[in-house]
Design a binder for this molecule. Structure first.
Ligand SMILES: NC(=O)c1ccc[n+]([C@@H]2O[C@H](COP(=O)([O-])OP(=O)(O)OC[C@H]3O[C@@H](n4cnc5c(N)ncnc54)[C@H](OP(=O)(O)O)[C@@H]3O)[C@@H](O)[C@H]2O)c1
Length: 343
């Protein structure tokens, strides 16, 4: 065999495909790793080399069949993933080789897709991973979920769950910037110390070793005005039992239920009637037209040191399946990101 025939294709594209719909926590059988050629861009398309992939709890929901806010990933399809990459070929007038973009690149080393589906970013504004973190969907979720849905007022008490995680850490810091008293709920003493000592929350509750409802009674004698819920389950019930009159419960997510075939709803929902409170969900992509507003505020807060964007970066494309699981056993702190290639 000649050397020429042994050489790999100029741009081999390795991809993780959804191999089967997981029951419970994804396993080694959930994804297949394949390799193919990078498709040439057609008119108005671009080729993007993936540098970073955002690892998101929502990816677990995208693997399920059934009605949701977005179509499920089909079995055999490249796993859907938000990513940040660099344009390596363009037939789109608005994007040139070398530009940095974010979008639904998928769990693959190269993505060929319409330029209109990508968002060009300014690499001077912040280090690249921050564009998937506080300046990406994570920050947008925290900003609009808290401010638009939660509507906190200065002096109110805000409680945030998964407080040391990507969305929670930003939501709590924004609540502090808005003059609220902020209590974080997180798993383990390290994460609790992180949210108080490094992010400036007023207090933290370790839901793994403390009784959340009792600790809330102690820490919030005037009860809870805004609850930014990332986890659902028992923690949601404990906070519902401590709502103040007119409270707002923001349903950002319910990660404690994502691997369950029969997610459990809140038992204490009558607190909404007793406390004249409301519970409202949101999907961050509904706010796309207003993202500029959030990017402006968040980048200013980062620049003046009032907001910290925290990322945990796992290296190596092949580690995609294992890295994703870190979200579900609490191994991540801040925004979990996979580095696919060096920038
Ligand atoms: N609505 C939207 O548009 C939108 C957009 C983005 C994200 N979200 C939601 O926001 C939430 C947080 O997402 P993220 O990307 O910021 O992830 P993340 O918080 O960085 O990571 C997930 C964290 O959840 C906690 N967790 C995992 N299993 C749990 C369980 N059984 N009970 C309680 N906590 C558990 C873990 O922290 P501990 O160590 O503290 O347990 C883990 O670190 C998710 O629910 C996600 O779906 C919603």
């Amino acid at each position: 065999v000649s050397e020429a025939t042994q050489a790999p294709p100029a741009q081999a594209n390795r991809q993780f495909l959804l191999a089967e719909r997981p029951q419970g926590v994804p396993t080694a059988d959930t994804f297949t790793l394949t390799s193919g050629a990078v498709p040439e861009p057609r008119e108005s398309e671009v080729v993007v080399k993936t540098l970073y992939l955002s690892l998101d709890p929502a990816m677990r929901m995208w693997m399920n069949e059934g009605r949701s806010y977005i179509e499920p990933v089909a079995v055999g399809e490249v796993m859907r993933a938000i990513g940040l990459g660099q344009v390596t070929g363009s037939r789109h007038p608005g994007l040139a080789e070398g530009d940095y973009v974010t979008g639904l690149l998928g769990a693959q080393q190269f993505a060929t897709l319409p330029g209109d589906q990508l968002n060009k970013i300014d690499p001077e504004l912040a280090p690249l991973p921050v564009h998937l973190s506080a300046l990406g969907m994570t920050g947008m979720s925290a900003y609009f979920g808290l401010l638009d849905v939660g509507q906190p007022n200065e002096g109110e008490t805000v409680v945030v769950s998964a407080a040391a995680g990507a969305v929670g850490s930003v939501a709590g810091q924004i609540a502090k910037i808005k003059g609220c008293r902020v209590i974080g709920i997180a798993g383990g003493p390290h994460k609790c110390r992180f949210v108080t000592d490094e992010l400036g929350f007023d207090a933290a509750i370790d839901y793994k070793s403390e009784n959340v409802a009792e600790r809330l009674q102690e820490l919030c004698p005037e009860r809870v005005d805004v609850y930014f819920d990332n986890v659902g389950g028992e923690v949601l019930d404990a906070v519902l039992a401590n709502l103040a009159g007119g409270a707002r419960v923001v349903i950002s997510g319910a990660i404690s239920q994502y691997n369950s075939a029969q997610p459990k709803g809140p038992a204490n929902y009558m607190a909404l009637a007793v406390d004249r409170a409301r519970m409202q969900g949101f999907i961050v992509t509904d706010y796309v037209p207003r993202f500029g507003e959030a990017v402006r505020d968040i980048s200013a807060w980062i620049a003046d040191g009032r907001l910290r964007s925290d990322e945990q970066i796992v290296e190596g494309f092949d580690n995609f399946p294992a890295a994703l699981l870190k979200l579900f056993d609490g191994q991540n702190r801040g925004k979990l990101i996979l580095e696919v290639a060096k920038a």
